[in-house]
Design a protein around this ligand. Structure first.
Ligand code: NAD
Length: 342
């Protein structure tokens, strides 16, 4: 079977990372046909918008996108492509695993967390207004439907990936109605999984302190949009930063996989940037396509190359380029059982 995947190389370092990532994914033994489309700065030049309709049409058709980072023009009046994609395609769940890697400097070892962030509502609904000249109001929207949907996603992820516990994160002691509804929705869904997946809840400020003090106590976290944004960066920090942090935006009909980091324009075209986060986003895509064995093999190959330390990029203390790192991962994949030879 050949998978047709929409490829959005993106801006800055994006095209180099996309090239490295597609080469690595092609070496897993799974057949891909990459449908490359342009979004971001180059699209503004040719289409007058950073998110042309053709990009959305392609993902609606293929149902799977692999995306490089996109520069958000400052003051150009354009919406963020990332927010636009999530809203247009209903990508309601943002999934960010954070796992320690030997060879990546960090203050912690043995971290293995999965952050599940609600992607469609909360203060990101963008409903803001001035109340007279000296006060502003932003409206926080939390619905039972979206809260139960994201909680169910977290529990289903836990079941499918052999995880043991889901922790709901909230501030229901203060926002008794909105966060209270989020927590109540999580509890309702948790009851369906009783005996299979554990459940507990934490107040967000306490959660941040505990993640810094005893991260090993936590497994899968489910959060409303804004807390999810903040806590997922905290989790990335626990394992060595954005260069190795993969992500996925998943909806009912489509999913888009992308690194957490941005387009790092100062490294564009220099063959310097680390493709790890985008390659690991590709591994999340393999899991989504129900190829867990190939995803495991790819993640192991990346980990082994980084742990060995002979072929790492500048940010991990090495001097190998983007393409060279991909070559090392491909060589490692070919030495493992089941890898495509030659
Ligand atoms: P950035 O992530 O691009 O860069 C932050 C720092 O991390 C820089 O020092 C950069 O050199 C380094 N870095 C990032 N990725 C790296 C990699 N793969 N390998 C090695 N080093 C890496 O963040 P920024 O500078 O705040 O943003 C630049 C642009 O990217 C902005 O226009 C921003 O809006 C956009 N952005 C896009 C996304 C996305 O498309 N998902 C996410 C974040 C930022």
């Amino acid at each position: 079977m050949t998978y047709r995947v929409t490829l959005i190389p993106g801006d800055g370092i994006g095209p180099e990372l996309a090239e490295a990532t597609t080469r690595v994914l092609d070496a897993t033994g799974i057949e891909f046909e990459w449908e490359s489309v342009v979004a971001g700065e180059a699209a503004i030049e040719h289409h007058g918008t950073p998110l042309p309709e053709g990009v959305l049409e392609s993902i609606r058709r293929t149902k799977v996108g692999l995306k490089g980072p996109i520069t958000t023009p400052v003051g150009g009046g354009f919406r963020s492509v990332n927010v636009g994609l999530r809203q247009a395609l209903g990508l309601y769940a943002n999934l960010r695993p954070a796992r320690s890697m030997q060879g990546v400097e960090s203050r912690y070892e043995g971290i293995d967390l999965v952050i599940v962030r609600e992607n469609t509502e909360d203060l990101y609904a963008g409903i803001e207004h001035m109340v007279g000249p000296d006060a502003a109001e932003s409206i926080k929207i939390i619905t039972r439907a979206a809260s139960e949907r994201i909680a169910r996603f977290a529990f289903e992820y836990a079941v499918a990936n052999g995880r043991h516990k889901v922790t709901a994160v909230h501030k229901a002691n203060i926002m008794k109605l909105s966060d209270g509804l989020f927590l109540e929705s999580c509890r309702t869904v948790a009851a369906e999984y009783e005996g299979r997946v554990g459940f507990e809840d934490r107040i967000v400020d306490n959660m941040c302190m505990q993640l810094v003090q005893k991260p090993e106590l936590y497994d899968v976290l489910v959060l409303p949009n804004l807390y999810g944004d903040i806590v997922s960066d905290l989790a990335a920090g626990l394992v060595g930063g954005l260069g190795v942090a993969p992500g996925a935006n998943i909806g009912i009909d489509a999913a888009v996989f992308e690194p957490v980091h941005g387009s790092a324009p100062k490294y564009a075209g220099l063959d310097k940037a680390n493709p790890t986060a985008m390659i690991l986003s590709g591994a999340l895509m393999l899991r989504h396509l129900r190829h867990p064995a190939e995803a495991d093999r790819l993640e192991a190959a990346v980990r082994e190359v980084i742990a060995e330390g002979r072929s790492t990029t500048y940010d991990l203390g090495g001097s190998t380029g983007t393409a060279g790192f991909a070559d090392a991962v491909i060589a490692r994949l070919r030495t493992t059982v089941g890898g495509r030879q030659g």
